[in-house]
Write a protein that binds this ligand. Structure first.
Ligand SMILES: [Zn+2]
Length: 192
């Protein structure tokens, strides 16, 4: 007891001094840093990295869905609001999505079928409107090749986007911040 009291006072004093000097040393550069992360729209310092907003929103949402499953119907209303606002914020802060090859591939593989349908429809319309009969096989072949070309063009566009444009969007997202006061999304250090 006798030994501990002065020892405590010493450490308290040291801690105070330490904290004060720690603060003064750390405070100056931190303020400088903070200026960079100020919201350009409202000058609020209440900003957060977009990726962090996105991830925290995701984890919170999954916790809430677990609660919905467990508590049942009456809790859904209550959980719904928080769940939705979290997801909306998380969705706003979501990284830019890569484009999907699904539509292009689907069109590529379904083009024989789609071509047959297109040819059938064109055949019937031509018969009704013009009274002439177009050759069904030719229509089918033409629309098949048109669809194939369309599908390949679509796939090439998706490929070009994912390879050339998406990485830039993703880097931009990684550097972006969200203002928690006014909702402005900005890249620190750049003009709004
Ligand atoms: Zn703001």
């Amino acid at each position: 007891m006798r030994l501990r009291q002065p020892a405590n006072r010493m450490t308290d004093l040291e801690a105070n001094q330490g904290a004060r000097s720690h603060q003064s040393v750390l405070h100056v550069p931190r303020e400088e840093n903070d200026i960079l992360y100020w919201c350009p729209a409202c000058k609020s310092q209440n900003t957060q990295r977009l990726s962090t907003v996105h991830m925290s929103g995701l984890s919170q949402f999954s916790a809430i869905t677990g609660g919905v499953g467990w508590t049942g119907a009456p809790a859904i209303g209550g959980a719904w609001t928080t769940g939705t606002s979290q997801t909306q914020l998380s969705a706003i802060a979501a990284p830019p999505p890569k484009k999907s090859y699904r539509n292009g591939l689907l069109l590529l593989f379904l083009s024989p079928l789609v071509a047959a349908i297109v040819a059938e429809v064109a055949f019937l319309i031509a018969q009704r409107v013009f009274g002439t009969t177009l050759i069904y096989e030719q229509l089918a072949t033409i629309s098949f090749f048109a669809l194939e070309i369309g599908a390949i063009a679509l796939l090439l566009r998706v490929f070009a986007f994912n390879k050339n444009i998406w990485p830039r969007l993703f880097r931009e997202w990684q550097m972006s911040f969200l203002c928690r006061r006014c909702g402005q999304i900005f890249v620190p250090g750049s003009a709004p």
